[in-house]
Design a protein around this ligand. Structure first.
Ligand SMILES: NC(=O)c1ccc[n+]([C@@H]2O[C@H](COP(=O)([O-])OP(=O)(O)OC[C@H]3O[C@@H](n4cnc5c(N)ncnc54)[C@H](OP(=O)(O)O)[C@@H]3O)[C@@H](O)[C@H]2O)c1
Length: 219
């Protein structure tokens, strides 16, 4: 199979297409033929070796000194089950599934093998690129807004970085949960965040979030 590999931290050109053996599904895993995979802000950071100030040496020890140890990046996929491993009761061969591989990454490849419970069936109405694309930001936003912050109808929510992967999901989810959403992003994305459900918009270029000067139930 073909994989998109990063052996050395660097610009997008440091990604190369390299042949690799198709993985064998271990017991409890399903082998998925990947139709679409997300490229996230996390992938870009890993590819470039761009870590928060002060964390560089520690991060490189953990993730890889000269390049990411995992080699093949990508943590979200959508595709079709090619082969279930031993002991798998579902999903079955031919099912359309999507999921996340977390720190194992490896989704920028033609095949990925994942625990069966981590491969969920894709609704017929959802295409592969949308299924793979929604997971990184969508699961993060859902966890923090619904499970951690417990956003309820009538809450006021400020979403900083509202037009990105996490933020665009957060705006939609908060609005769906009944909150009043104020979105912070660039002018170029104002129309997008308003369309997604924001009632108010703040341009970070003129009003840095620390100077907004009002209180919100959830930020
Ligand atoms: N803890 C977790 O589980 C988890 C998971 C996923 C992501 N994250 C983190 O969440 C952050 C966002 O990730 P993402 O994937 O959504 O990134 P992204 O898609 O690159 O989006 C970045 C967002 O930040 C906005 N932005 C840029 N400069 C800004 C500024 N000075 N003030 C306010 N907003 C600004 C951008 O607006 P414009 O495009 O309009 O300029 C855009 O909306 C990252 O730090 C990422 O590492 C954490």
């Amino acid at each position: 199979m073909r994989t998109a590999r990063v052996d050395r931290y660097g610009p997008p050109e440091s990604v190369t297409i390299v042949a690799a053996p198709v993985p064998r599904p271990r017991p409890g895993e399903v082998l998925v033929r990947v139709a679409a995979a997300g490229v996230s802000a996390g992938d870009a950071r890993m590819r470039a070796g761009r870590f928060p100030p002060g964390f560089g040496p520690l991060a490189r020890l953990a993730i890889g000194l000269r390049g990411p140890r995992v080699g093949v990046l990508g943590s979200t996929f959508a595709g079709v089950v090619e082969e279930p491993g031993d002991g798998v009761n579902g999903p079955a061969a031919g099912d359309r599934v999507a999921g996340m591989t977390g720190v194992r990454m490896g989704c920028h490849a033609e095949f990925v093998s994942v625990p069966a419970h981590a491969a969920v069936r894709i609704p017929a109405s959802l295409g592969d690129p949308d299924a793979a694309g929604v997971l990184f930001g969508g699961t993060t936003a859902l966890h923090f807004l619904r499970d951690r912050a417990g956003v309820r109808p009538g809450a006021t929510v400020l979403v900083n970085g509202s037009s990105g992967s996490v933020g665009s999901a957060a705006v939609q989810l908060a609005a769906t949960l009944g909150a009043t959403v104020t979105a912070v992003c660039s002018t170029a994305n104002r129309e997008l965040v308003v369309r997604l459900g924001a009632e108010r918009w703040i341009d970070y270029a003129t009003t840095p979030v620390a100077r907004v000067g009002e209180r919100f139930d959830v930020v």
